[in-house]
Design a protein around this ligand. Structure first.
Ligand SMILES: O=c1[nH]c(=O)c2nc[nH]c2[nH]1
Length: 473
């Protein structure tokens, strides 16, 4: 499908810095046929854009598609979900009182294994892509399963639906049930190479979809497998995703499985085990990092690995409250992950909201007596940074997506809030949502109301690389 040049008009909100949102009012953003932003002008209505900006770009105004935000609407960068399991989507909300290791065996491995059925995989993966797009997720770092054909199918479906994605075939050769385990390190590596080859054939320039090397987590991977995957990352320069320090029993298991005598590492901390296998790189996404030690944080920072903070999951399966400020203070890049289905929600907005709330529990301390520091609290601006620009850094797309600026690609959502009229009703052509705006709120207050009460009813349209990929009915 041939894309047209586009002119977007209205209010644009995006992160300028960790604690600062920028509001561009009465602005024009021009996006060319490659999906790249080529002009950003403020104080620019449509006549002025047609008179000055479009001719300056050499564009024929008659050919340009114009998209205007209505009153009460604004453009916001697409969300980046830095950690989710596409294969676990049918289980969201189903976790009972379980914690990580029993949750994996009870709920997760049986479902993932069942997705070797291609029809079931197609149904689940189509739905998770549609659902996340409808919540404004323009880029997702997906775990699939150990099965190669269905992992490849997930990548194909991301491409055909136009969602930017990193897609990983899950590697695991130990401590999981016989019915769901790689036969050997060599078999795991061969299957991983096969999936990488498929994805690189489907999108040779990785313009939308790229493979990501995915050792599930240290307990499920033998040292030879982790070493081979580290070598593969070195050989291919591909990114890596895995889990780290999510749960205290998991950490104890790692320490018993990988003593210093086996790894040759200076200690047996979780981060050191990955480092000894060559899995800590500047393209590694570490999900959770709830219980990292000071020395591990130093190592993660030194290697340039990033953290995906998954607050919904950390609360749901009782993993703990990750200290995001502590990670940021140590210079570790952070983004947000829904972590379905440890996490119960497909929405990065929900993850951002929960990140803000969990940070208040970090202030309160483990016993809730308020012994933490006030500055642990994350603001609206900060969690929305993590959801966009922070996420872009985590998935290696900083400078390409995450904000509005010349040279960035147009991955964006049009957000609409309910404007309450004099009669106390929202306009007839507006959909009821939970965000009611009365008109006296400042723009930062409107955005705060969206963060705390918004949902997919507010996500009117979504674009990836300039292409419209979701429109609310
Ligand atoms: O939240 C999580 N979800 C998973 O699927 C998983 N596997 C290992 N560790 C994990 N943590």
């Amino acid at each position: 499908m041939e894309l047209r040049n586009k002119l977007f008009l209205g209010t644009f909100v995006h992160s300028k810095a960790l604690d600062e949102l920028e509001y561009l009012h009465n602005a024009a953003v021009c996006v060319d046929t490659t999906g790249t932003i080529v002009a950003v002008e403020v104080d620019c209505d449509e006549p002025r854009a047609r008179e000055i900006v479009l001719p300056g770009l050499g564009w024929d105004g008659a050919e340009v598609e114009v998209v205007k935000a209505k009153e009460g609407q604004f453009f916001f960068p697409g969300f980046i979900d830095t950690h989710l399991h596409a294969s676990q989507y049918p289980n969201i909300g189903i976790f009972g009182k379980s914690t990580l290791l029993d949750w994996l065996n009870t709920y997760t491995f049986p479902l993932e294994a069942s997705l070797a059925d291609p029809a079931k995989a197609r149904r689940v993966y189509t739905r998770v892509i549609r659902k996340t797009l409808s919540h404004g997720t323009t880029c997702a770092a997906y775990y699939a399963t150990i099965d190669v054909p269905s992992t490849n199918l997930l990548a194909d479906l991301c491409l055909s639906h136009g969602q930017r994605a990193l897609v990983g075939r899950v590697c695991m050769d130990q401590l999981s049930p016989d019915y769901y385990r790689d036969a050997s390190p060599d078999a795991s590596l061969a299957d991983t190479r096969a999936s990488i080859a498929h994805i690189l054939t489907a999108d040779p320039t990785m313009s939308l979809v790229r493979p990501i090397i995915t050792p599930r987590f240290a307990p499920a991977c033998s040292l030879p497998l982790m070493r081979q995957l580290g070598a593969l990352a070195h050989e291919t320069s591909l990114p890596i995703q895995t889990h780290i320090s999510e749960n205290k029993s998991e950490i104890a298991l790692v320490q018993s499985l990988f003593p210093r005598s086996a790894t040759g590492a200076p200690d047996n901390s979780y981060a050191t085990v990955y480092d000894a296998a060559g899995l800590l790189t500047d393209k590694t996404i570490l999900a959770h990092a709830v219980h990292l030690t000071e020395a591990e944080a130093d190592l993660v920072r030194a290697r340039g690995a990033k953290v995906s903070h998954c607050p919904c999951s950390n609360s749901a399966i009782t993993s703990g409250a990750a200290r995001v400020r502590w990670l940021l203070d140590r210079g570790i890049g952070c983004g947000l992950g829904t972590d379905m289905s440890g996490g119960y929600s497909p929405s990065v907005l929900e993850a951002a909201r929960q990140a803000a709330l969990v940070s208040r529990h970090v202030v309160l301390g483990a016993d809730g007596r308020g012994e933490g520091e006030e500055r642990e609290k994350l603001s609206v601006e900060e969690v929305l940074f993590l959801a966009t620009r922070g996420g872009a850094e985590v998935v290696g797309l900083e400078g390409r997506v995450g904000g509005f600026g010349v040279g960035l690609e147009w991955d964006a959502q049009l957000v609409g809030l309910g404007l309450v009229g004099e009669d106390g009703e929202v306009g007839p052509e507006e959909e009821e949502g939970d965000v009611d705006v009365f008109g006296w709120e400042s723009w930062p207050e409107r955005v705060a109301k969206w963060l705390y009460n918004g949902d997919d009813r507010n996500t009117k349209r979504v674009w990836v690389k300039g292409r419209l990929v979701h429109q609310r009915k």
